[in-house]
Design a protein around this ligand. Structure first.
Ligand SMILES: N[C@@H](CCC(=O)N[C@@H](CS)C(=O)NCC(=O)O)C(=O)O
Length: 193
């Protein structure tokens, strides 16, 4: 398969982490969103949403949306909880990630890393809601090793990249001890550390 993405993007990292962990062979095609490469007709033919990541499979089909890709690549693997209810809990977290975490934590980081804004120049709404998402993660992870069950799952992979990069968006993880321990645990499982 071919993965179209940007290594600096957390959404794209989710796909890479999954493929690497499961040792799935792929070709990485670098796409620069800042140069309008997601707006070309060739790219839009692959992904009408005009976003990365998008995966092209050997049969010519395409799949976009990071969490849908992670879910698909991880099918039949240990990253998918065996219990149907636990799988639904993983989905619950992955939907939450897209609606209540990524739009704030990732966008604050985008403003700083890609647009060159200072911490003080970030939109207040992003900061407030990003902090709220990270605080909720801290509460959910207190006394737990992983988000769902007792092993690494697609839910952890979905939440890891932007949480791990949150400091680049001006968020402070130091007081969030359970989140930091969870990051270290996931990094070890994913052979990132
Ligand atoms: N919900 C999408 C979000 C994808 C997304 O926001 N991709 C960004 C990079 S992280 C992008 O392609 N931005 C360029 C654009 O929208 O033109 C997902 O999870 O894959």
């Amino acid at each position: 398969m071919r993965i179209f993405g940007d290594l600096g993007s957390g959404n794209c990292q989710k796909v890479k982490l999954t493929a690497d962990y499961l040792r799935l062979p792929y070709e990485w095609i670098a796409v620069d969103t800042m140069k309008g490469e997601t707006r070309t007709s060739a790219f839009l033919a692959r992904n009408p949403f005009g976003q990365i990541p998008v995966v092209e499979f050997a049969d010519g089909r395409h799949l976009a949306q990071s969490n849908a890709i992670v879910r698909f690549l991880a099918r039949d693997s240990t990253l998918i909880p065996e219990d149907d209810f636990e799988l639904a809990k993983a989905d619950e977290l992955m939907f939450w990630e897209q609606y209540s975490h990524e739009p704030y934590v990732a966008v604050a980081r985008f403003q700083m890393v890609y647009l060159g804004k200072s911490e003080a120049e970030r939109e207040a709404r992003l900061v407030e809601r990003g902090d709220k998402a990270l605080d909720l993660m801290e509460r959910l992870l207190t006394g737990r090793q992983y988000f769902v069950g007792d092993r690494l799952s697609v839910a952890d992979i979905s939440l890891l990249p932007y949480t791990r990069l949150a400091h680049e968006g001006g968020f402070d993880l130091m007081p969030r001890k359970s989140v930091r321990a969870w990051i270290a645990r996931c990094e070890q499982d994913l052979r990132l550390s």
